[in-house]
Write a protein that binds this ligand. Structure first.
Ligand code: URA
Length: 242
């Protein structure tokens, strides 16, 4: 149906304008009310598309090989290595950070720099070890100078994380830091409003914790972060019927 005919029908139905249901590829949805009232907002999150069900043929090795070969965004030109993720592929717990930093880019492993050491302590505070959990990032490649990920980069990378989540089928997701939390929850809420509450990613329980790099800059938040970790553990145990 051409646009004039469509508008004619919509007008006859009392609908004055037509907005396509699906946003242009990889742009955040903007409501028509927002469009009318305010200047354009630069989205910080790209929509996480409902997970493609794990393909019957999908597997960790194939996925990792695809990540290693990925050239979906410009970060492939500056990375030393992709950082796929690491840990126990049978884990109940999935920790998701933002993006590799310098050390991660050099070593090809997530959270191995100074922030990674604090994350390891945070995991231990939950009576867990890194061998018992799985750790991944929103982005698989380091943004130059550790700048925030761009929307297009997160969009280009999101199907890899989706497939990791589908393969792992974790019982609990921990979003580490603001960027991961906003991206997974498709929200612009600040971290202070997101922490301490139970959320879901699709049907999987998700909670948010301060990023260890942030805690290293502002140690006053550390006790709140430790409280959050205890809350997560108790919530997980309650969900598992312990
Ligand atoms: N920060 C992250 O968010 N992820 C890493 O892997 C390292 C630092």
């Amino acid at each position: 149906m051409d646009n004039t005919t469509r508008l004619h029908y919509l007008h006859a139905m009392g609908i004055e304008s037509w907005i396509p249901r699906s946003p242009p590829a990889f742009s955040a949805p903007v409501s028509s009310a927002v469009e009318k009232q305010s200047p354009p907002v630069i989205p910080v999150t790209a929509p996480i598309i409902i997970a493609p069900p794990v393909l019957p043929t999908d597997n960790w090795a194939q996925l990792q090989a695809q990540v290693q070969a990925c050239q979906h965004c410009e970060l492939c030109q500056t990375r030393h290595q992709t950082v796929f993720g690491s840990g126990n592929t049978q884990a109940d717990w999935l920790f998701i950070g933002e993006a590799p930093g310098e050390q991660e880019d050099l070593q090809g492993q997530p959270f191995v720099g100074v922030a990674g050491q604090l994350l390891t302590e945070m995991v231990r505070a939950m009576a867990l070890s890194r061998e018992q959990i799985y750790i991944a990032n929103i982005l698989k490649c380091r943004p130059p100078a550790n700048r925030d990920p761009k929307v297009a980069e997160m969009a280009a990378c999101q199907s890899f994380l989706q497939r990791q989540i589908a393969l792992l089928a974790p019982k609990f997701i921990v979003a580490v830091g603001r960027i991961a939390a906003q991206q997974l929850l498709n929200t612009h809420e600040p971290l202070a409003k997101l922490r301490g509450k139970m959320h879901h990613f699709q049907t999987i329980p998700l909670m948010v914790v301060y990023h260890p790099a942030y805690l290293l800059r502002d140690l006053r938040q550390k006790s709140k972060a430790w409280q959050d970790l205890q809350t997560m553990l108790k919530t997980y145990q309650a969900l598992q019927g312990h």
